[in-house]
Design a protein around this ligand. Structure first.
Ligand code: PLP
Length: 366
């Protein structure tokens, strides 16, 4: 990225040498991102991140397939980039089936099968949830979508780089990825678009990215994304096994040290790095602020929507009351976390919870 910022000022669309040098950087990154999810390089469309990838996939199919139908199937626990896009399409006359999830936060593929109609044009079910980490049965849904000849999009922003992803095996037509979730730069992402898919571009212009996404490429961001994808692929098997050990130790340690806490979706297939913990009789915002003062960065609900006091739609979809949802904390670990980090949280959180509970009239009654 530094080379692009400081030395390589070429535009990848220019035929001169400077441009071609920049194009080579983009092409190299495209190969790396494709390798991470086992696609062809030509099936990777670079864009500004997960939000744009989700919008492009959903709006692009809705627009290109509207002569066939206007029915879309998605789940109640999608990221807002999918949720709000589908809600917007509802206002435009599309009909959306919102699939429920189990109490463990998983979509039932049979519900997908039952929801399909002759006018269904798209199924969009995320690969892994950003708040509770649950992994959805994407491979099974892929089979159902293929049999029904319906486009299948999956938001893979959280799963990519944390669990093995093979878009061929998953049978997805469209798959969203974001660079910053794999330690790449913010503001870069990609949509996998299976060869032959008809997706109307969001942007009109110079026809970049094989006419799928106009606009001069963010060469520095893409270059960082490519490097992050390479590192994620190389480090995934060993790195994530260690992260899972840290996460499991964090969860069992907290359960041993603090009464009345629960791990949300504990028994569902989950990402190795995510832990969503519900602390009874302690307010989530208070926990986040107190942990922040100790140098520990966590969130309640989705980081993307924090600042909002609405209870998380994901936690309410798995049957939590608004109060329970407000008392939930999300820890996201990475390969850069250490045993000492876990020990530190196990050391500081019990005291914080105790202090907050002292302020709760309900805890005293319990
Ligand atoms: N989808 C999921 C599941 C996410 O977790 C996020 C961000 O947290 C996004 C989409 C949006 O990605 P971006 O921040 O790159 O726009």
């Amino acid at each position: 990225m530094m080379f692009v910022f400081t030395e390589d000022y070429g535009n990848p669309s220019s035929i001169h040498w400077f441009g071609q040098q920049a194009k080579a950087i983009v092409d190299e990154a495209r190969i790396e991102v494709a390798r991470l999810i086992n696609s062809e390089a030509s099936e990777i469309v670079f864009l500004s991140g997960g939000t744009e990838a989700d919008n492009f996939a959903i709006r692009g199919i809705a627009e290109s397939q509207k002569a066939k139908g206007r029915h879309i199937i998605t789940s109640k626990i999608e990221h807002h980039a999918v949720l709000h896009t589908c809600k917007d399409l509802e206002k435009q006359g599309y009909e959306v089936t919102w699939l429920p999830v189990s109490r463990d936060g998983v979509v039932d593929p049979d519900d997908v099968r039952r929801a399909i109609r002759s006018d269904t044009i798209l199924i969009s079910v995320m690969h892994a949830n950003n708040e509770i980490g649950t992994i959805q049965p994407v491979e099974e849904i892929g089979v159902i979508a293929e049999e029904a000849n319906v486009y299948f999009h999956s938001d893979g922003v959280q799963s990519t780089g944390k669990i093995p992803v093979d878009v061929k095996k998953l049978k997805v037509d469209l798959y969203s990825i974001s660079a910053h979730k794999i330690h790449g730069p913010k503001g870069a992402g990609a949509l996998f678009v299976k060869k032959g898919s008809i997706v109307k571009p969001l942007l009109t212009g110079g026809g970049h990215e094989r006419n799928r996404r106009s606009g001069t490429e963010n060469v520095a961001g893409i270059s960082g994304f490519g490097q992050a994808a390479k590192m994620a692929r190389e480090e995934l098997p060993s790195g994530m096994a260690r992260v899972q050990m840290l996460r499991d130790r964090l969860e069992s340690g907290l359960k041993a040290k603090i009464d009345l806490i629960h791990v949300n979706a504990e028994h569902a297939p989950r990402l190795p790095n995510t832990s969503n913990i519900m602390v009874d009789y302690a307010e989530g915002e208070g926990l986040v602020i107190s942990l922040d003062l100790k140098g520990v960065a966590v969130s309640t609900g989705s980081a993307c929507s924090s600042g909002s006091l609405e209870p998380s739609h994901v936690l309410t979809a798995i049957g939590k009351t608004p109060d329970e949802a407000h008392g939930s904390l999300r820890f996201s670990l990475s390969a850069m976390n250490t045993d000492e980090d876990v020990d530190y949280v196990l050391d500081v959180l019990p005291g914080i919870v105790e202090r907050l509970r002292e302020l709760s009239p309900y805890y005293k009654q319990a």
